[in-house]
Design a protein around this ligand. Sequence first.
Ligand SMILES: [Zn+2]
Length: 81
Amino acid sequence: MKSKEKIVADCPSCGEIIYFDRQPKLAELVSCWYCEEELEVIGLEPVLLDFPFQDEDYDDEDYDDEGYDTEHAQDYEDSDW
Ligand SMILES: [Zn+2]
C-alpha cells in the first residue's frame, strides 16, 4: 500500500502543517503558508524545518543570562536552608 505519501512538516514558528508538492532538499528555503516565516529544511525523513537566520550568539547570550539568574537564586535558597 505505497501510494503517494504527502510530505509534510511542522512550522517551528506557528505550528501549522506545511505541505510539500515534492521532496524538498536539505537547506532549501521555504515559506510558511500561514505565518509567512522563512524556514530552512534541516531534515528529510521526516522533513524538519528551522529558522535559517537565527543568530545563535545572541540566543546563547540571552539564555545564559537567564540560566545564571536561576542558578544564583537556587544557590541563595540552598545556603538559607
Ligand atoms: Zn508558520
